[in-house]
Design a protein around this ligand. Structure first.
Ligand code: PMP
Length: 407
């Protein structure tokens, strides 16, 4: 049983309190972005109404307030992922920017012709394209860890593929399309034994799985604020200090410098070296409220609740013979991908929206995965802390009705 009261939680998400097409909104598109609790939007408003100032440079009171709230968030993020030092926490725009940053700095400095970068079949486009770009530039090779038809990494092939040629393994922690949780700890050990670094795309994992970067011993980890009940436009790059120190800067500009002359610039220390320009101050500060929101309930409690919903949805869909579940039903986060026989996934999404149910349809920015599975896309329901069993039941009834009417 959950230690929390889902009805009380729903009350702090004003967006949930509305009807769509005459039905109560059922928001099952949480893997795309989660809704925001009042605590988060209150902070945004309060910041702009009382504390707004640029950070780090000013000595006036507002600047000090803004700076300390901004840096407090860095502390909160450090604790959230159990990093050793705040200097290892870099604020970005999101997961995508974090991966581009590593590809364009670590990749640029370290990749040479003939090197290999390893990703998997189930990567989001944001963990494919940045590596393709830098590999093309450097004459390095992009290699793909294969998966089974159920969406699980094939371990034996991983052992063969990761070699002394491998410079970096960039792997999704939990798949946004299928929900599969990858054996990241084992992959990290394997990669380190081969002398390679590992970047984890924790975009989906961050809200649902306990993350301890020191225990994992990953070299880089990235995630987005907007998928963990925080605002859009802010994300996190974690990197081990020694690696970040050795990497060239990403963008040039204010804040990332120590001293500038027309002849030469020296760069600022970590983490500022990677934070050129005025950052997304308000959203970073509000991210702290999102982290507190999660911590207060407890990630484990949230994960258990979502797991229960996922199992209920999966079992319900399994009872409908015309439904094809896509991906594993085992070790996964609260994501259910499916197709209805003889029906386009887009049409399913449209009919469910008419009932107030928001799911995601399409390739979920994982076209190579869809190609591998020989499908165009899926219908994806993804769960969050505020979803309920009644919602899952109404969703199942609605799907059953679609199937029945389709005949
Ligand atoms: N990786 C995964 C696994 C994701 O689910 C997402 C978002 N759908 C991203 C990367 C990209 O995140 P963002 O768009 O916030 O940069």
């Amino acid at each position: 049983e959950s230690k929390f009261n889902v009805e009380a939680i729903r009350k702090v998400f004003p967006v949930l309190n509305q009807e769509i097409n005459g039905y109560p909104l059922i928001y099952f598109d949480n893997a795309a972005t989660s809704q925001k609790p009042q605590q988060v939007t209150d902070v945004l408003l309060r910041y702009y109404h009382t504390d707004n100032a640029n950070i780090h440079r000013g000595i006036h009171t507002l600047a000090e307030r803004a700076t300390s709230a901004f840096e407090e968030t860095r502390e909160a993020v450090k604790d959230f992922i159990h990093a050793a030092e705040v200097e290892e926490i870099i604020f970005t725009k999101g997961t995508t920017e974090g991966i581009n940053l590593v590809a364009q700095t670590f990749g640029k400095a370290n990749l040479i012709e003939g090197d290999e970068v390893i990703i998997s079949t189930m990567e989001h486009h944001s963990n494919i394209v940045p590596w393709q770009m830098i590999c093309n530039e450097k004459g390095a090779k992009l290699k793909i860890l294969p998966i089974t038809n159920e969406g699980e990494l094939i371990w034996e092939t991983a052992e063969q593929l990761i070699t002394s040629k491998t410079k970096i393994v960039a792997l999704v922690f939990a798949s946004n399309s299928l929900g599969s949780i990858n054996p990241v700890q084992k992959i990290i050990e394997l990669a380190h034994n081969a002398g390679a670094k590992v970047l984890l795309d924790a975009a989906q994992a961050a809200a649902h799985l306990e993350i301890d970067v020191q225990k994992l011993d990953c070299d880089f980890l990235v995630f987005s604020g907007h998928k963990i009940y925080g605002p859009t436009g802010v994300g996190v790059l974690y990197g081990k200090r020694a690696l970040l120190e050795a990497m060239p800067p990403y963008q040039g500009g204010g804040e990332m410098i120590q001293e500038v002359t027309f002849e030469k610039t020296t760069y600022n220390e970590l983490p500022y070296k990677f934070e050129a320009g005025t950052p997304n101050i308000a959203d970073v500060i509000a991210l702290q409220a999102a982290i507190h929101f999660i911590n207060k309930i407890g990630k484990e409690v949230i994960a258990k609740h979502e797991h229960r919903l996922m199992v209920r949805a999966t079992e319900g869909l399994k009872r409908i013979p015309e439904i094809k579940l896509i991906g594993t039903t085992k070790n996964k986060i609260g994501i259910v991908s499916f197709l209805i026989e003889g029906m386009h996934h887009l049409d399913v999404g449209i009919v469910l929206d008419a009932k107030g149910i928001a799911i995601r349809t399409g390739h979920h920015c994982t076209q190579p995965l869809m190609n591998f599975l020989k499908i165009e896309g899926t219908c994806r329901a993804s769960f969050a802390v505020y979803n309920t069993e009644q919602e899952v039941d109404f969703f199942l009834e609605s799907v059953a009705r679609i199937v029945a009417r389709r005949k």
